[in-house]
Ligand binder design. Structure first.
Ligand SMILES: [Zn+2]
Length: 187
């Protein structure tokens, strides 16, 4: 460990102005963050911090691919991720002010760990439904899976749930997307 220290930015020590940070988010990064949605990937991340008198505007640019399991055949697939996200950071004590766009950091602490935000923004951009391009699914696994699910469907509720997960996912909108859209609209 110790590698993640580079993701910790001493905000209070930064001069007013623009600061750039570059990261490679590889398998090791995802292993260390240990989040639920993404375990492997290879992305380039550029973070710009614009410090003004009383706040910090963080811009995250992410480009690359992550490995996720295909919804159809459950085999690993490459999911491209390309996005730009913004975050405002202010010093203060009142955490209740925080929302999707604003992070409050205590002045005493004076620093921010970018690794979790980088991870969150990657995870936020995984499409709700992700499948291999047509013809690239592992048909053997897919057929075995179908068979397995139809056998199990009669027996246990749990399997029923996972069998229907595809349809559920298509109907539901991820609330995080709505929050994201709001951020974009405001800019
Ligand atoms: Zn597939």
């Amino acid at each position: 460990m110790g590698r993640e220290e580079t993701y910790i930015i001493p905000l209070k020590d930064l001069e007013v102005g623009t600061h750039q940070y570059q990261y490679t988010l590889d398998d090791k990064f995802f292993e260390e963050v240990n989040g639920p949605e993404v375990q492997k990937g290879n992305l380039q991340a550029n973070v710009t911090i614009q410090k003004s008198e009383h706040s910090f505007l963080l811009t995250f640019r992410l480009d690359g691919t992550i490995k996720v399991l295909c919804d159809r055949c459950l085999e690993e697939m490459d999911q491209p991720i390309s996005c730009e996200e913004h975050l405002m950071v202010k010093f203060g004590e009142d955490k209740t002010e925080e929302d999707d766009q604003l992070v409050i950091v205590s002045e005493e602490e004076g620093e921010i760990d970018l690794s979790w935000y980088l991870y969150e923004f990657v995870a936020l951009h995984i499409p709700i439904r992700h499948v291999h391009p047509e013809g690239e699914c592992d048909e053997e696994t897919y057929q075995a899976l179908r068979k397995h699910l139809s056998v199990m469907r009669g027996e246990g509720e749990e399997e029923n749930e996972s069998g229907d997960a595809d349809n559920e996912a298509e109907k539901e909108t991820d609330p995080r997307w709505d929050a994201l859209k709001k951020i974009k609209d405001n800019n």
